[in-house]
Design a protein around this ligand. Structure first.
Ligand code: 1CP
Length: 340
């Protein structure tokens, strides 16, 4: 049954009648019903409680009609699992206990992974039960480089200067940290697969702030190891935001699809990659701030720009919190009405 889902057929390279559609950060702040739950429970309660994780994960499937669900969680759970404190501060974003010194990096504990993620299997099983096979469930993790950014910087940043300084000044320590993050991530992704996730997405949200040379040293090898350890079990979507210069190498990892940000045109990606490569993306999320009819037109033009059946409709990054439900729905409805 699951094999028939549009997203899985597209990831397998099959011809489909229309592109599947879902969007990054689809379970979140632009949905009024999410805000009601957010007011009542802490972020990690929402992630770890099977009933809340189920309700939040399924909300965009019921309310927006997307073709896939993405597990409600966060990439920063890996930092937590390695022993760092993570606080989600309303109005500010995440604040992460940093690991920078030799002793702090040595203390990151991969052996705690299984125990830390004990909550994940019941949460994922509860989501799968609630979905009742209507759409596939996407599990996810951040890339090791993107995790290092937060674990060294301690919070969000425009340039992640501390994290870059760290990999330049302390490359040996940085590599040890990236190895530990990679080991924990592979274990966590296997837990997600065993609990029922049908697809995995890797978010290298800060890949594009590295030079091509630094990307090939500090991001790509770890992503490669992750993809190779899971790709024979479930298809993997690799989203390396802004890392247009690494598309060929990202494709060679064996990922089933490559996510593109809006600054990487379909025509460029198609020139670089093989004809059978599946792409995901790439509407500029700020277009969803426009009126529904403008969103519908831009979405149709974006689908046309891929001009092939090997395409998953998505945004070029996460949906913005100030997006209206009507405009987000126009994006989904346009993809669902499209016919090749
Ligand atoms: O309580 C809240 O609503 C806080 C906002 C929030 C939400 C809804 C955060 C804090 N995380 C999430 C959920 C989340 N995060 C999901 C599941 C929901 C869904 O996709 O529908 C996913 C897949 C993520 C992934 C994530 N978290 C990424 C990768 C995607 C991206 O946007 O680049 C990153 C970078 C994070 C870190 C993070 N967590 C939260 C925030 C506000 C941030 C960004 C911090 C920053 O850099 O400023």
């Amino acid at each position: 049954m699951t094999e028939r889902h549009l997203l899985l057929r597209t990831l397998a390279g099959e011809q489909t009648e229309r592109p599947p559609v879902w969007f990054m950060r689809q379970a979140g702040r632009y949905l009024p019903d999410y805000m009601k739950i957010k007011d009542k429970y802490s972020f990690f309660e929402r992630v770890q409680n099977p009933d809340l994780a189920r309700e939040i994960t399924i909300m965009p499937v019921d309310q927006m009609g997307v073709d896939a669900a993405i597990l409600f969680s966060d990439i920063l759970v890996i930092a937590q699992s390695l022993g760092l404190q993570v606080d989600m501060i309303p109005g500010k974003g995440p604040v992460i206990e940093t690991a920078r010194t030799d002793a702090e990096v040595a203390a990151l504990n991969v052996d705690a992974t299984q125990d830390f993620f004990k909550y994940a299997t019941p949460a994922i099983k509860s989501v799968k039960e609630g979905l009742n096979n209507r759409v596939p469930l996407i599990g996810f993790a951040g890339s090791p480089w993107t995790l290092l950014c937060y674990m060294v910087q301690g919070q969000g940043s425009k340039d992640f200067g501390e994290a870059k300084k760290f990999i330049i000044n302390e490359p040996v320590r940085a590599r040890l940290m990236l190895e530990k993050i990679t080991d924990a991530t592979i274990q966590y992704l296997k837990i997600q697969i065993n609990a029922g996730c049908d697809v995995l997405q890797i978010f290298d949200s800060w890949g594009g702030i590295l030079s091509p040379k630094m990307y090939s040293e500090f991001s790509l090898p770890y992503i490669e190891r992750i993809v190779k350890s899971v790709k024979d079990e479930v298809p993997v979507i690799l989203f390396a935001k802004g890392a247009w210069y690494a598309l060929k190498e990202l494709e060679a990892t064996g990922a089933a699809a490559l996510g593109l940000s809006w600054t990487t045109p379909a025509s460029f990606a198609k020139k670089i990659c093989k004809p059978e490569t599946v792409f995901q993306g790439n509407l500029d999320p700020s277009i969803l701030l426009a009126k529904p009819d403008a969103v519908a037109l831009a979405t149709k033009n974006m689908i046309d720009s891929f001009g092939s059946k090997r395409h998953i409709v998505n945004l070029g990054h996460g949906v913005l919190p100030q997006t209206s439900v009507d405009s987000a729905k126009a994006f989904v409805d346009t993809a669902k009405a499209y016919r090749y």
